[in-house]
Design a binder for this molecule. Sequence first.
Ligand code: 5GP
Length: 146
Amino acid sequence: MSLDGTYDDANIFALILQGKIPSMKLYEDDTTFAFLDIMPQTRGHALVISKWSKARNLLEIEDEALAQVMATTKKVATAIRKALNPDGIQIAQFNGAPAGQTIFHLHVHILPRWEGDPKGFAAHGAGAMADKDALQVLAEEIRAQF
Ligand code: 5GP
């Protein structure tokens, strides 16, 4: 999909917001939702989305929704730092399939990083599905830091 297109109400993140598919929630407020990535690139890889915006990417999102998503990104990154003590935290966001976007509901990636670990972003779809129980434990560790 290119940068232009129509928002699909049945995209995976819309279904998560509608409660139709499960997710490992880290944080939620009136306007945003944060959860663990199911194919984590690093331990604690999290995603933040707007609950109301139908923007597919950064070029479409309302300034208000963007500010809400970024405020939540900071909150969640802070909780992840307390829980996992990473050496760095990468914030990433992709727009359009050629840029690596696979789900067309704007989302921000939070990736804790540790010295000595590979720094790259693996091709999407190539990652391993995380163990559900391990994700659950991790989500509880992070949630405890809010
Ligand atoms: P994108 O490539 O669009 O920037 O990132 C999409 C992210 O969503 C990927 O990191 C991918 O692992 C993650 N993802 C795909 N399907 C699911 C899902 O069903 N649940 C969760 N929690 N993450 C997903």
